[in-house]
Design a protein around this ligand. Structure first.
Ligand SMILES: NC(=O)C1=CN([C@@H]2O[C@H](COP(=O)(O)OP(=O)(O)OC[C@H]3O[C@@H](n4cnc5c(N)ncnc54)[C@H](OP(=O)(O)O)[C@@H]3O)[C@@H](O)[C@H]2O)C=CC1
Ligand SMILES: O=C(O)[C@H](O)COP(=O)(O)O
Length: 496
């Protein structure tokens, strides 16, 4: 159970401690931040509201710890990560329990997020050993005017202290996707977990603590982003920010200093459906892509752009599947569970009302109870409706009927987002042309958008982000290149 057994030391009374200097601590602020259970809408957990002084201390320890960590052999860093992965997977139940209670993730998805995270950590350890164990050797005579008098050796070196800020919807997986690459590459890390999801993250961090990482190398400071966020992101001790979330990331990018940024932000992933598509496959993917975790995935299908000639059939097929979705509590592993907060539910409702006023066709009756919103398919959406462009982050999916492929591509490209998209057709040549024309970081052919598997490159264009994630890209992003040039007094050519 959460906060018991090996996790008892992370709890003080009813407030979870924060983690710094290899210890679990109470904040001197004496203040706690409440985490509201989206299902009961009552306080489920409390975490420390860390002070600026505590953030300063965590940054100082991270800086010191990083210097010796960078001199720790790569195989040893990997060994500790493998250990943390095993401990995390062993304790999947209490961590998953927190995900159920604080972000209303369906029980099975919560458990698979934890297992996926353990696998990510192990894969990252292996990939790090491979790619960080190799550098480059260049010779000077390939560039005009040079003889072979210079040998250039390049290696990948750590950046220093990485600040990791994940969002509420994958508070464990999107935290370890930053922690593991940072650590294998020889960096230290300060984690600011999302408030909804903080307790899951604290449990996960304890698994790293139990694995025996050096003190100060990892810290986890809790508190509201709106209160300590700016202090963290503008902190002079931070050498790189890896952030996943919404528009907050755009503001952070403007405020951060001259440091590398990895930003994975919102999306409005379009699903383009051509006349020749396998409509059963499309319907199944729209359900999975649009409604899993109640649409609260950056990679959720957020607008369907279907050719008019097949729209009626597709909408009927999707409607039939929507009717089969179970709605209720995450503990019961329902498909549709309450969205993360009341303000999120209100925002979604605003989009639904706007669509109603402007004449959208409701395929189901709109129904809401507290934070629980029943799945809703909205047909005949037009570009003047907010939901044609905005990201609901909830179980409401708009359908726009199109008369040409160009119309679909144009709608997709007119969005300020450019995360992923997908196209359904049996014609692979057409699919490639459409994929090339879509201004998004990834296009899936004949499947719904997805970030995973976690080693695939994952990136957004436009307001959807900066840089690329995925295990290999994150390791590379959290390093820089150092060259050492050996200058020879006379040219030397290696003979066979
Ligand atoms: N592209 C991608 O990979 C993904 C993108 N997303 C996007 O994230 C959004 C939903 O997630 P949500 O958690 O609500 O996103 P937010 O942007 O609201 O929050 C993300 C994180 O930023 C923190 N934060 C808030 N204010 C600040 C600040 N001023 N400075 C620093 N950090 C701050 C939050 O902390 P606190 O919780 O304490 O406010 C949280 O940890 C959606 O737009 C979704 O598309 C989500 C997942 C993946
Ligand atoms: O936040 C998200 O939406 C995740 O990055 C999605 O991950 P998935 O597509 O692999 O579920």
């Amino acid at each position: 159970m959460a906060g018991t057994g090996v996790f008892a030391e992370i709890l003080d009374g009813d407030v979870y401690k924060y983690y710094a200097d290899g210890e679990w601590k109470k904040s001197s602020s004496g203040k706690a931040v409440a985490i509201i259970n989206p299902t009961t809408r009552k306080t489920q957990y409390k975490v420390q509201a860390c002070t600026q002084e505590e953030v300063n201390k965590a940054m100082e320890s991270a800086k010191t710890a990083q210097k010796s960590w960078a001199k720790t052999p790569l195989w040893k860093r990997a060994e500790l990560l493998h250990k943390a992965s095993a401990i995390l997977k062993e304790h999947r139940a209490p961590v998953a329990e927190c995900l159920v209670k604080e972000i209303a993730k369906p029980a099975k998805d919560a458990a698979s997020e934890v297992v996926r995270s353990g696998d990510l950590v192990s894969y990252c350890a292996e990939e790090g050993v491979r790619i960080l164990g190799e550098g480059k050797f260049l010779v000077s005579d390939s560039f005009p005017g040079n003889e072979r008098t210079k040998y250039c050796l390049t290696s990948k070196i750590p950046l220093g202290v990485i600040l990791a800020i994940p969002p509420f919807n994958y508070p464990v997986n999107l935290a370890v996707s930053k922690i593991a690459p940072a650590l294998i590459a020889g960096n230290s890390l300060v984690l600011k977990p999302p408030t909804q999801g903080a307790v899951s993250a604290l449990h996960m961090v304890h698994c790293f603590h139990l694995a025996g990482f050096p003190k100060g190398l990892i810290s986890c400071v809790t508190g509201k982003g709106s209160e300590i966020g700016d202090f963290l992101t503008m902190h002079p001790g931070v050498n790189c920010i890896s952030f996943t979330g919404g528009d907050t990331g755009i503001a952070i990018s403007k405020k951060a200093g001259m440091i590398p940024l990895q930003m994975e932000l919102g999306g409005k992933d379009a699903c383009i459906v051509l006349e020749d598509a396998d409509l059963d496959l499309v319907a199944a993917n729209i359900i999975k892509g649009g409604f899993s975790y109640s649409g609260q995935r950056c990679t959720a299908v957020k607008v369907v752009l279907v050719m008019e000639s097949v729209a009626d059939v597709l909408v009927e097929k999707v409607k039939a599947k929507v009717a089969e979705l179970t709605v209720g509590a995450p503990e019961d592993d329902c498909d549709i569970t309450p969205v993360v907060s009341e303000s999120s539910a209100n925002f979604i409702e605003g989009l639904v009302k706007d669509a109603k006023e402007k004449g959208a066709t409701f395929c189901q009756e709109y129904k809401r109870d507290g934070n629980l919103i029943w799945p809703l398919l909205l047909d005949n959406i037009r570009p003047d409706m907010r939901i044609a462009w905005e990201e609901p982050f909830g179980p409401v999916l708009p359908v726009i009927r199109i008369n040409s492929i160009e119309e679909g591509i144009n709608h997709c490209n007119a969005s300020n987002f450019g995360l992923q998209g997908c196209v359904f057709t049996k014609d692979v040549n057409k699919a490639i042309l459409i994929s090339d024309a879509m201004e998004t970081g990834t296009v899936q052919i004949n499947s719904a958008p997805a970030r995973g598997p976690d080693h695939f490159p994952f990136q957004g264009l436009k307001d959807s982000g900066i840089g690329s994630q995925g295990i290999t890209n994150s390791i590379n992003m959290m390093t820089k290149i150092k060259s050492t040039v050996i200058n020879l007094p006379t040219p030397s050519y290696t003979m066979g």
